[in-house]
Design a protein. Structure first.
Length: 201
């Protein structure tokens, strides 16, 4: 998907690359967001039609929103297979020095540490290239694995938003914040237990 030469920066980790969404990703995006188990953790609306994935890729994948500092969404791709296994990035940025982070990983790639690996890359980019001073995460209280992940990554619990807007609906969200100076976190190895259970938030 070309947009007049504009692009979203690609990030690289040991096992992943985070790249711009492309038109060829539509079927993979539909598979990801049509899975009720993934969306139960995400808190968003489950996709029922392929056109919804088309809309997601066109809207959220367009680099103009990155250039305008509105949001930044990547496709999360497994290097070894060149397969799209998730999506993640920043929203509610709006040109400020803070933004919300979130990600979703396809179900058959859960418990492999991909969520933490992607989150580490995104935070490094946020506090470096983007110049953000604060990143926050919002999630459902029942999403225990994501709760453990953000706390392990140095996020601090700040409270509850009883009317958190997400995907045209409202839900009770636990809010966590990580500031730029808070750089220490406990990180396991690529296959260790510390990285398991980090699928969606």
């Amino acid at each position: 998907m070309k947009h007049s030469g504009w692009f979203i920066p690609t990030l690289y980790t040991n096992r992943l690359l985070l790249r711009q969404l492309e038109w060829d990703d539509i079927d993979d995006i539909f598979q990801l967001f049509s899975d009720p188990e993934v969306m139960k953790l995400d808190g968003g609306m489950t996709m029922n039609e392929r056109w919804q994935a088309e809309q997601f890729v066109f809207q959220y994948g367009h680099p103009v929103w990155y250039l305008k500092k509105q949001w930044l969404i990547w496709a999360i791709v497994e290097k070894e297979t060149d397969r799209l296994i998730g999506s993640g990035g920043f929203k509610n940025w709006n040109g400020r020095e803070e933004a919300e982070v979130g990600l979703d990983i396809i179900k058959d790639c859960w418990n492999k540490g991909y969520g933490q690996e992607a989150l580490e890359a995104m935070l490094s980019f946020a506090f470096g290239k983007l110049g953000l001073k604060k990143v926050y995460a919002a999630m459902l209280s029942e999403n225990k694995k994501a709760l453990h992940l953000v706390q392990r990554m140095g996020f601090q619990y700040v409270g509850v938003n009883n009317k958190y807007p997400h995907a045209n609906q409202f839900f009770n969200a636990l809010l966590f914040v990580r500031e730029k100076m808070n750089i220490k976190c406990s990180i396991g190895d690529d296959t260790g237990e510390n990285k398991k259970g980090d699928e969606s938030f």
